[in-house]
Design a protein around this ligand. Structure first.
Ligand SMILES: [Zn+2]
Length: 113
């Protein structure tokens, strides 16, 4: 593979990672902002207990949702070492800097013409 191909894949994966992180994070931050605003207005559609319940379910929902999205994204965008089959995305700074697989140390990036 070429350096360009690898960089493109890594950029797509990182962009996807941001969405996978901030999308589910909004599940928590959204209600948090809403209840903060309600607090400022001294008005709330639900009781304090229900607020805590909604906020904590946002936190608990975050991890599985973000986990599934990142797992899916890793499979979708992964680039495997042609020699040992390890993912090159997980160690991409090393791979980009050296052009070699971080696991087996064999060259994976072709010298571009
Ligand atoms: Zn390798």
């Amino acid at each position: 593979m070429t350096q360009e191909f690898l960089e493109k894949r890594i950029r797509s994966f990182r962009r996807f990672g941001l969405v996978a992180f901030f999308g589910p994070a909004a599940l928590f931050v959204g209600p948090l902002c809403f209840f903060f605003l309600c607090d400022l207005l001294k008005w709330s559609p639900v009781g304090k207990d229900a607020e805590l319940y909604i906020l904590s379910s946002g936190v608990f929902a975050f991890f599985p949702i973000a986990g599934i999205l990142i797992y899916w994204g890793e499979r979708r965008y992964r680039v495997l070492c042609p020699h040992c089959g390890q993912s090159l995305i997980t160690h991409y700074p090393v791979v980009l800097a050296t052009g070699k697989c971080a696991n087996c140390q064999k060259p994976v990036v072709e010298a571009s013409a």
